[in-house]
Design a protein around this ligand. Structure first.
Ligand SMILES: [Zn+2]
Length: 209
C-alpha cells in the first residue's frame, strides 16, 4: 500500500538502470504498461514516490512514460518546449527534490527539436518569432555559443540539441539548491538525448550510453 509520506527506496544509480531497462523494453516492443489497474490508481491516490524526475520537451513524439516504459506514479515529469529552465520549472524541480526526494534528475532533449531549431534560426539567421516564443528561445540561445554555424544543418542541430541539454544541466549544477543537493549526495543529475528515429535514449557522459 502506498504510504503518503513514502520516499522512493532506490538509489540514483538504480533509478538510472531502471530507466535504461525501460527504454530497452520499449525498443524491443516489450513494454509492460499498456494500461493501469483500478487498484493501482486507488493505491496511488494515497501518495506518490516517483523514482526519477525528468525535464523533457513538449514534443508529441517524446512521451517519457512510454519511452521508459514507466507506469503511473513512477516518473515526475516536466515538459516544456526545448526542455528549458525557467523560474516555475526550477520551482517544480525543487519540489521534486525537497518533497518527493527523487534521487535521479534527468534533463532529456531530443533530436530534431523544433524549439532548438528556432533558437538556431534566431541566433544565426536573425529570424523573428512571436513575442512569447522569443521569451522561450531566450532560454536556449545562450546554449548555442561556441557552435560552428558552417556545419551542415544536421550536424548543427545534433550539436545544438546536446549543447542545450548541457546548458540546462549547468544551470541546475550552478543553482544554490542544486549545488547543495549535489554536495550532500542527495541527487544525481544526468543528461539524455532521445533519438526520434530509433526510440533510443542516449545518456550523456555514460560509457554504456
Ligand atoms: Zn523539442
Amino acid at each position: 500500500m502506498a504510504d503518503p509520506h513514502a520516499r522512493p527506496n532506490i538509489t540514483a544509480a538504480q533509478a538510472l538502470e531502471r530507466l535504461k531497462a525501460g527504454n530497452q523494453r520499449f525498443l524491443a516492443g516489450k513494454a509492460k504498461f499498456p494500461t493501469v489497474q483500478k487498484e493501482v490508481l486507488a493505491d496511488l491516490a494515497k501518495g506518490q514516490a516517483p523514482y526519477a524526475t525528468i525535464l523533457g520537451c513538449s514534443d508529441s513524439r517524446v512521451p517519457p512514460e512510454l519511452v521508459f516504459d514507466a507506469g503511473f506514479g513512477e516518473l515526475f515529469i516536466i515538459r516544456v518546449a526545448g526542455n528549458v529552465l525557467g523560474p516555475t520549472i526550477a520551482g517544480t524541480l525543487q519540489y521534486a527534490g525537497s518533497h518527493l526526494h527523487t534521487p535521479l534528475f534527468v534533463v532529456m532533449g531530443h533530436e530534431g527539436c523544433g524549439a532548438v531549431k528556432a533558437a538556431l534560426a534566431s541566433k544565426f539567421e536573425g529570424a523573428e518569432h512571436g513575442s512569447r516564443i522569443e521569451i522561450l528561445l531566450d532560454n536556449i540561445v545562450p546554449a548555442l555559443d561556441g557552435l560552428d554555424p558552417t556545419q551542415t544543418l544536421d550536424q548543427l542541430m545534433h550539436a545544438a540539441v546536446e549543447a542545450n541539454v548541457r546548458w540546462t544541466l549547468r544551470q541546475l549544477h550552478d543553482s544554490p539548491e542544486g549545488r547543495a543537493a549535489l554536495a550532500r549526495n542527495e541527487i544525481r543529475l544526468v543528461g539524455a538525448i532521445y533519438e526520434l528515429d530509433s526510440g533510443r535514449v542516449r545518456f550523456l557522459d555514460d560509457p554504456a550510453g
